[in-house]
Ligand binder design. Structure first.
Ligand SMILES: [Cu+2]
Length: 170
């Protein structure tokens, strides 16, 4: 009985011990060097966490950002309703996008996460849809032009209920 549990443990431990060696042999150029994680490099990604609720609201409605910075928007949906009935995303749109049209046309298009195919060129960044308990994220480069860029939830009815915000780029 005990041995049955012990053997997988040994195999897992051996994998942990040998994994760094394997990684080095597959990257000969890195051998002997002390590389820092990419996240520590210049231009690191900044993360903004947002919660979407069953009241069809974001808990963050204004994101202040710097021009051209790398930004990760991470959205978590809270609630208990099934995803088919309640899900959220974050879709950042270009300045001047006709938001009501974008939302109305998108509502016909569940297969594209309610983003209207004919207006997809208006999208700067978008997450997937997150059902209750799920977290989705998108990493993108903030536009180089200052302005108040809208972000919206495209799930039908949510924009109208106030599920929208502003990416304020300075
Ligand atoms: Cu929503």
């Amino acid at each position: 009985m005990k041995l049955d549990r012990f053997i997988p443990f040994v195999v897992a431990a051996a994998a942990l011990v040998y994994a760094p060696t394997l990684a080095q042999t597959t990257k000969p150029g890195a051998a002997g060097s002390t590389q820092k994680p990419a996240a520590a490099a210049k231009g690191a990604v900044r993360t903004v966490d947002i919660v979407g609720t069953e009241q069809m609201k974001y808990d963050v409605t204004t994101i202040a950002a710097k021009r051209n910075e790398q930004l990760r928007i991470r959205l978590t949906s809270k609630g208990t309703m099934p995803k088919i009935a309640m899900a959220h995303n974050v879709v950042v749109l270009k300045l001047g996008t006709n938001q009501p049209k974008f939302i109305a046309d998108g509502a016909q298009s569940r297969e594209t996460d309610f983003i209207p195919p004919a207006m997809k060129d208006q999208v700067i960044a978008k997450t997937a849809l997150a059902g209750a308990g799920e977290t989705v994220e998108v990493t993108f480069k903030v536009p180089g032009a200052a302005g108040s860029y809208p972000f919206v939830c495209t799930f039908p009815g949510h924009f109208q209920a106030g599920m929208r915000g502003t990416l304020a780029v300075k």
